[in-house]
Design a protein. Structure first.
Length: 316
């Protein structure tokens, strides 16, 4: 019954999205993205940045573009002023602004779940979409309404999009609370290569050091003494999903996914967990229990990280 009600809610939300995901113009627009931004004083900082980087000319003439447009308040919240934008190093500014531009016109309904899009600066943004949560970019909600220009789409956003700078492996190396999982990776050398490459991407449920301590594996010595190399490899692999990007905005109640160890975990949404937390259900020798996230939706150049306080033991 619970699953039926959830499915019904998804269907209703999907119908609502179809009716509300529309542009703000009743007729096809004549103005370009550049002209629309230029005409709105709330986007004067963005407009100045577009001029300095040369992107404004692209937004004037190039077809089929999408601009995720932060307003002046978004720039201010990130510590930028009109004066600082005017004096910022152009290479740095190009990287910042180019991360807000996509080379295709995307309405909210075109934003896909578990996916990524290459921006004009060459880096990727991560997208999620469900009927319940709507569309998100790097975890930031995208409103159903949008502005249609003659050469593309504008999505107003309340925060700047920040491009990730580290691979999954570099993320692990920089976080001291993940040192034991990193040590396990060093013993499972095949997976280190996987986390370093930017050719493929993954979702990592990274166990903090306390997760190892609770399992009696609180030191590297204890880890290597208790488990064989093959067991360590399976343990490491059970904490990530290969070639799939699972932001929490894509979680649908009771979705089963297979980890790199070929074992199942169950994604759980906040609204449907008994303790109102996002997390996963894991079958650990042999009970099935809920593991909440300590942190969620941290972005690397090659994936997404959710930190957990419990080890996931492979069930086969």
């Amino acid at each position: 019954m619970k699953q039926f009600l959830y499915t019904l809610l998804v269907m209703i939300a999907g119908i609502a999205c179809i009716s509300s995901c529309k542009n703000k113009f009743a007729t096809p627009p004549n103005e370009s993205i550049a002209q629309l931004i230029d005409a709105n004083s709330d986007y004067s900082i963005l407009d100045s940045a577009l001029v300095r980087t040369g992107y404004k000319s692209i937004l004037s003439t190039s077809p089929s573009l999408t601009l995720f447009a932060p307003n002046n308040a978004a720039f201010a919240a990130a510590g930028y002023t009109l004066d600082s934008i005017k004096t910022m190093d152009t290479a740095r500014l190009n990287k910042l602004i180019g991360y807000h531009l996509i080379g295709e016109a995307l309405t909210p309904g075109n934003i896909k779940a578990q996916s990524r899009l290459q921006t004009l600066n060459g880096q990727y943004i991560y997208t999620s979409h469900t009927a319940i949560y709507g569309s998100r970019v790097n975890g930031l909600p995208i409103e159903n309404s949008y502005i249609a220009a003659s050469n593309g789409i504008i999505h107003a956003i309340s925060q700047l999009l920040v491009s990730p700078t580290k691979t999954l492996q570099q993320f692990l190396e920089a976080d001291t609370t993940l040192s034991l999982y990193r040590a396990a990776l060093n013993m499972a050398t095949d997976t280190i290569t996987v986390f370093n490459t930017t050719v493929s991407y993954h979702t990592l449920f990274a166990p903090v050091n306390n997760a190892f301590r609770q399992a009696g594996l609180g030191t590297v010595t204890a880890l290597s003494a208790a488990l064989t190399t093959d067991s360590i490899l399976k343990l490491v692999n059970h904490h990530y999903i290969s070639a799939t990007l699972w932001q929490t905005g894509d979680f649908i109640y009771n979705t089963q996914v297979t980890t790199a160890s070929d074992s199942l975990i169950i994604l759980n949404t906040e609204e449907n967990s008994s303790n109102k937390q996002l997390g996963v259900y894991v079958r650990n020798r042999p009970a099935l229990f809920f593991v909440p996230f300590l942190t969620k939706d941290s972005f690397a150049t090659n994936g997404i990280i959710h930190k957990v306080d419990t080890l996931f033991w492979p069930n086969r």
